[in-house]
Every structure is written in structure tokens, then in C-alpha cells.
Design a binder for this molecule. Sequence first.
Ligand SMILES: [Ca+2]
Ligand SMILES: [Ca+2]
Ligand SMILES: [Ca+2]
Ligand SMILES: [Ca+2]
Length: 465
Amino acid sequence: MRRSLILLLSVLLVIGGVGGWFTTVAARDRGGAGHGSIEPDAVRPAAAGDNGDVANWYIVEVGKRADPGIVADRLTQSLGISVSHVYRHGFTGFAANIPPDKLAAVRAAKNVRSVDPDEPVQVDGAPGGSFEPCSDAGNVGSQNVPTGICRIQADKNSTAMIDGVDERVDADVAVVDTGIDQAAANWDLNARPGIDCTGGNDPMDDGDGHGTHVAGTIGALDNDHGVVGVAPGVRLWSVKVFDDAGRGSVRTVLCGLNWVLDQATNGVKMDVVNMSLSSPPKNRPIDDRHCGKRAHDDFQKGVCAVYKAGVTVVVAAGNYAADARFVRPAAYRQVIAVSALSDNDGTPANDRFASFSDYGKPIDLAAPGVDILSLKPPDNQPTGKMLQTLSGTSMAAPHVSGAAALYIAGHRGDGALTPAAVKQALRDHREQIKLRKDPDKRNEGVVNVNDGPPWGQTGKSRKSR
Ligand SMILES: [Ca+2]
Ligand SMILES: [Ca+2]
Ligand SMILES: [Ca+2]
Ligand SMILES: [Ca+2]
């Protein structure tokens, strides 16, 4: 029911030209764009406008000792392919539009290791329904405490300190999404520009609203207006991989992960990456247990590189009501995959597994994902209107990203935390609950950040899987 409603809404939105939720963008011929000079690591103009178009687009991996920019240049000049992104960190290669009659030549070219088709990736959120803030000490002035904050007990976390006073959580979270709106950031976020992978040049432009909403759930400021996030005031880095129509692909996501890896060595090391996105289910399990090398999955190669750099990756389960083993990136064992639950009062009462949410063995935790209130780009309206509710596993994942940021910020003195350690800690402290309507027999439990034991549990009953 919920899924059909979402699909209906998405159709209406597309007709209205407001957003691009769930649309699989039709493949179109790109023509021969972008033959000009090539700058290393730049996002090239050829990518502009058609970020979800994958017809004739490929991800090319080059040999470890080769310079991907030089290989891309050489093939651009000799074969007339057009290159959109160069990847230098972890996964080394480039994305290119390759006409069918040039494909064999690229595959056979020197230093080319693999050539895999690109695929569309989409955000996992859609408009939600009505909302009542939960009763809480953080409801100061006009600030709303969203139900998800109470549901996972972020208001009972001493690192979050939710009380209407702006103290900020010390962690860095990359929001790989549609961008983070500058006006919303000025109003109620501690956000900063990362990279624009869509052919534009403004990570702080969110023409869609999805990324701004996700950012607010992770870390909206604790003050007297807007909303408050799970990890209030955490540093949020906008990594824009979807254009204003919500269109993206593996090549734009890899560009975002490449930036995260570049930052790990040459800038600010991210603690957490949030990816509220997925590609449509395959007809076979995704994870090849070899970081994508056997399955020729460049998406997983990129995720593994980030994981090995010590960055916790949190992803949406996907909204296909499908087994997450078939859905990228939720299927990857390197990520924390988050399913969605429906909650309307901030307590475990009357909760159920969200009908649209993917499920199954890869899911690590559930989090609130129905009718979630968060920030919205202003649309020329007064700032009081910069809020909206959205639903989706896109809204569940940022609750867990915020939880990971709280955990990492609260354990700074304990040495470097590996992504596996962060995942285990969040799993160990989860609320062990059987959600009604959960399609599988595995109770992933609900993320919980109470300083004490989670809802309904004594300290002794906690255990890991
Ligand atoms: Ca506070
Ligand atoms: Ca606020
Ligand atoms: Ca409830
Ligand atoms: Ca389950």
C-alpha cells in the first residue's frame, strides 16, 4: 500500500516536474560531447545534464601503475571517447562514453584492466505525510524534535546533548546525495562544500531537496528553530552525485567516493559516509565476497576502498520491498545497511516494518523512515517553511549515520575505530525488537543511542549476533 502510494506520488511529481524520485531515467544517445582538454581529477563538462543516462557509459579500471588521467587522455585522442570523471584514489580509472564500435578497442588498449557498463543509481526517498514532534526538552522556541530522534533515543545521549543549546558533535560526515542547500545550511546546519560530481560546480545547491533532508536528520543544529538531528552540529560535507532531477549513476557515485578517499589522504578524513541511494535489484546476489573484483562491480570496488581507509559507510536498504542481497550498495558486507520502520510517536508502540523497505540478510539495523520531518531548501518561501516530511529507507540511513557519528565522537580517545568496530558497537547496543510485518525471519533490531540500555532492555540483556 505504502509502496503503491509512493509510486503514485512519484508519478505525480514527475508529471509536475518537481522531483525525480524513483524514476529510472530513459537512456538517450549522448552524441559526441566533450572532446576538449582534460584536467586530472576534474569533473568534466561532458557529464552535465545527463547524470542518470547510462547508454554507452562505462567504468574503465586501469592497471595499478598506470595514470588514469593519461590513459583517459590517450583514448580520448585516439578513439574519440568522452571522459566524465577520473578516479585516482582506491579505485583507479575513469568513466567514459564509448560508442559501440570503439568498445573492443578500449577493452584491448594498453593499461586497461576492465570495462564495465555504468548503471543508474537513485535516491530512496519520497514525500511523507503528517508529523507531530515528540515531547522533549529539545522543543525549544520553534525547534521541532522529530519523532525519529526520540525513537532512537538521541535525546538520551550525552554526546548529542539535545536541550535547545547549540553544542556541536565533533565528527565529519560526507553526505553523498543531491547536495545540501546553502540557505538551509545557513539556517540550521553545520555544512560545507565537498564536491559536485554532476558536471556543475556547486555542492551547496540542492535542486531536489533529498540531500538537505538527509543532512538535517544526521546533524541539524540544536537551537531554537528548524529541527534537531541525531548528532547536532556535526560537520556535514556535501558530496553531490545526483543532479537537480535526482539523476545519478555509478560513475557519479564513484566520483563522490573518490573525493572521500582523496580527503582521507590530503584533507579532512571523513568519519562516516551516508549513502541514501541504491540501484534497482538484480536477479542474483550482488556481493562476490571479493570486493567486486570477481563480479566486475566497480561500485563495490569503490566502497571497499573507502572501508579500507577506515571510513564507516552507512547506506539505505532500498525501497523495492526486495531482498537486499540483490540491491547495491546494501548488499555489500562492508556497509551498514539500514531498513526502515514506521513510527509516529517516538516510542516502540505501534511500530511496524515499512512496507517499501528492502529486507533480508544484509540488513544490519532498522531505523525510522516514514513521515520523517527534516530540512528543505526554501523555494523562495520564508524560512519558517524550510521543513518537510519524507519517507523512505533514505530517511532511515541518516539516523544510523548520526548514531555512528555520536559513537565515534564519544570514543575519540580510544584510538582509531575501524568501520567493523563501529558497526559492531551499533549492533551491540541496538533495541532487540521484532518488528511487525518484517518480511524475513531475521530481527535486525532498531538503532539506539541511549546512554543506558535501549528501550525495554536491562543492561544485562544486550548481546551481539
Ligand atoms: Ca545541545
Ligand atoms: Ca535546529
Ligand atoms: Ca511508535
Ligand atoms: Ca528482518
